[in-house]
Design a protein. Structure first.
Length: 194
């Protein structure tokens, strides 16, 4: 029954991703900003992915400040980015490893990163990671045969761009990767939809 649930959730995620890519290609990133504590979002998705991580004996560790990470953003869209980062980290990590989900507040910016202990990414492949559908080709494959559509990072970049934020990755072969984004603590909804 869990396998059917997982397959259905994966298919729904792919369909949602295709719909997102279509609207993004038409220049539409419809944001509904509100005051959000990203610490709560991080904890929610960390909890949501505990079962998936547990199947590979992966530990999800939250490293969050005591101060809430409050900003103006679309919680559904930013949640999609956090979810994508955690999902990818689990897929590309080996068994018995650790994934750190980090949140920090610096200079009117909130920084969120997901650090894994996976194989890392070749330098020449990093520049292609956030490109649109059909352009993301990396040599690494999920470690347990999980499916990966290649849509998530392109969608994530468009979402963060629409929030006037930044997105990136730091990676070293055999040392893992940290996928991150930063958002201004205040993002005007009119600016976000320009």
């Amino acid at each position: 029954l869990q396998v059917i649930d997982d397959s259905g959730a994966r298919m729904l995620k792919i369909v949602d991703g295709l719909l997102d890519i279509t609207s993004i290609q038409l220049g539409q990133v419809d944001l509904k900003p509100e005051t959000v504590d990203l610490s709560r979002l991080i904890k929610k998705f960390s909890g949501d992915y505990a079962y998936m991580a547990g199947k590979k004996n992966i530990t999800l560790e939250e490293l969050l400040p005591e101060t809430p990470l409050v900003c103006q953003c679309d919680p559904i869209k930013v949640g999609q980015v956090i979810s994508n980062f955690i999902d990818n980290a689990i897929k590309f990590s080996g068994t018995d490893s650790k994934i750190k989900i980090i949140g920090q507040l610096t200079d009117e910016q909130i920084w969120v990163g997901v650090k894994d202990e996976g194989p890392g990414i070749k330098t020449e492949e990093i520049q292609h990671l956030f490109k649109s559908f059909g352009h993301t080709k990396i040599s690494n494959k999920p470690t347990a045969g999980e499916k990966s559509s290649g849509l998530g990072l392109a969608i994530s970049k468009k979402i963060i761009d629409a929030h006037h934020g930044k997105i990136g990755v730091e990676s070293h072969l055999e040392q893992g990767s940290t996928f991150w984004f930063s958002l201004p603590t205040h993002c005007n909804s009119n600016e976000a939809n320009d």
